[in-house]
Design a protein around this ligand. Structure first.
Ligand code: RFL
Ligand code: PHB
Length: 419
């Protein structure tokens, strides 16, 4: 497949460009497109929009409805690389207006806190803007561009992924359909079909499941602090985050088998107050929760991220625990690599970027996995933790507090490693 296009491109680049602009058309009962993307989360939407702006056609297949996707509360911290990609996708205007730029974050332990200065240590910042809003902006950009997203599809099956003519079959409103394409991109999250399409003997999996979850609450209250607070306490981890000046997001480490409905709002606020420094809890404004959920914590990787003409991006290939705010950002770096590789292929006939995709993406994801695992290990209480383990955490926090070098390492990772 790669060799074929490579040869063609060398002699006929103008025709390739023209091919790249063809609209999807019906052929033999199926629709044809260049790239079939499975999943309309941030990865799938961002990729389809970026490809569109370079004249490359895609169709996105999504199991849920748009309303369902926009009802999910997930990540809230965007690296600068992610923000740049949103601009490149023509979807960054609201983010610029409504997002909060943060130059640092607070780390708390033993009833005190210290600041990691991103501007000083990494000459960069992060932007606070919810994943829900990112997704809303990308949906709007796709709609304005006439992008094709098929919602509520069922039984998505990827066929002939290692051939030059892959296809994706699915049902919508009970009717079977098929999309023929050059490439299939699995942006369908951890529970999607794409990763599972790659035979077990081809893949290597790496996994660590943490013995706790995060209970998250969204409340229409002003944030307790102008910057995020990551708090290690004897009662477990807590995080104070935000969405805007009157919308706060708080998390508590909790047993994974708990039910969010077992937590009254009062119980949540009481526990949060016990886990953050008094200086912050004195400032905490509480109110009714408007969302409450428990998320499991897991580190997971699958290798490789490409099988023939099927590529995996984002949560379909890897999961990080949310402690470093890296899930969404790591999905974006995959999209960056794959988008550039596809443009290189369709515009210049050079398949080198596609060949290198898996290796390039994995190299960055592993570093992000390391950072997320480290932050999780540093700040949480583990059920089987010994007194020695606890002292090691305390010593590492004290070192972080006093060492400019250690702060620089955290800052560089938090604002995002270069693509
Ligand atoms: P997504 O967002 O999971 O989107 C995948 C999309 O694929 C669809 N899908 C299918 N479509 C068609 N056919 C199928 N067979 C399909 N199977 C699935 C799904 O309906 C969905 O719309 O993956 P994507 O785009 O790679 O984006 C990744 C991010 O969403 C993810 O990394 C972060 O949200 C992770 N994450 C968090 N990250 C953070 O950085 N900070 C957080 O606070 C944070 N909280 C979270 C999270 C992930 C959670 N999940 C996945 C359970 C909280 C939760 C609850
Ligand atoms: C969030 O605002 O949801 C959030 C922020 C930072 C994290 C995880 C989640 O590390």
């Amino acid at each position: 497949m790669f060799e074929f296009y490579h040869m063609m491109a060398k002699s006929a680049i103008p025709e390739l460009r023209c091919f790249a602009r063809l609209r999807p058309h019906k052929s033999e009962g199926s629709v044809r497109t260049q790239v079939c993307i499975i999943g309309a989360g941030p990865s799938g939407l961002l990729l389809s929009q970026l490809l569109h702006l370079k004249g490359i056609e895609s169709i996105v297949l999504e199991r849920q409805t748009q309303e369902h996707i926009l009802g999910r509360i997930r990540a809230g911290v965007l690296e600068r690389g992610f923000v740049s990609l949103m601009h490149e996708a023509g979807a960054g205007a609201r983010l610029d207006k409504e997002g909060f730029v943060h130059d640092g974050t607070m780390i708390a332990y033993d009833n005190r806190s210290f600041r990691i200065d991103f501007a000083k240590h990494a000459k960069s910042s992060v932007t606070i803007y919810g994943q829900t809003e990112v997704t809303r902006d990308l949906f709007a950009a796709r709609a304005a561009a006439g992008g094709k997203i098929l919602f509520s599809v069922e039984d998505v099956t990827i066929e002939d992924a290692t051939s030059a003519t892959p296809s994706v079959s699915f049902a919508q409103a009970g009717q079977g359909q098929r999309i023929d394409c050059d490439y299939v991109v699995g942006c369908d999250g951890f529970h999607g079909v794409s990763r599972r399409t790659i035979p077990a003997e081809v893949r290597t999996e790496f996994e660590k499941v943490y013995p706790f979850g995060w209970l998250g609450v969204l409340s229409q209250t002003p944030p307790v602090s102008t910057e995020l607070i990551y708090a290690s306490s004897a009662r477990g981890f807590a995080l104070c985050s935000m969405r805007n000046e009157n919308l706060s997001r708080y998390y508590l480490q909790c047993p994974i088998d708990q039910n969010p409905d077992d937590w009254t709002d009062d119980a949540f606020w009481d526990e949060l107050k016990r886990r953050i420094p008094e200086a912050a809890s004195d400032q905490l404004i509480t109110g009714a929760s408007i969302e409450k959920s428990i998320a499991p914590l897991r580190s997971y990787m699958t290798e490789p991220m490409r099988w023939g003409n099927l590529f995996l991006c984002g949560d379909a290939a890897h999961i990080v625990p949310p402690t470093g705010a890296k899930g969404l950002n790591t999905a974006a770096s995959d999209i960056h690599y794959l988008y550039h590789a596809m443009v290189q292929f369709y515009h210049d006939g050079d398949a080198g970027g596609l060949e290198a995709y898996s290796q390039k993406a994995l190299a960055r994801v592993w570093k992000t996995e390391r950072f997320s695992w480290w932050m999780t290990s540093l700040l949480h209480r583990f059920p089987d933790q010994s007194a020695f383990d606890h002292r090691m955490q305390q010593a590492e926090l004290a070192f972080l507090e006093s060492s400019s070098g250690a702060q620089k390492v955290l800052a560089e990772n938090y604002v995002g490693l270069p693509y």
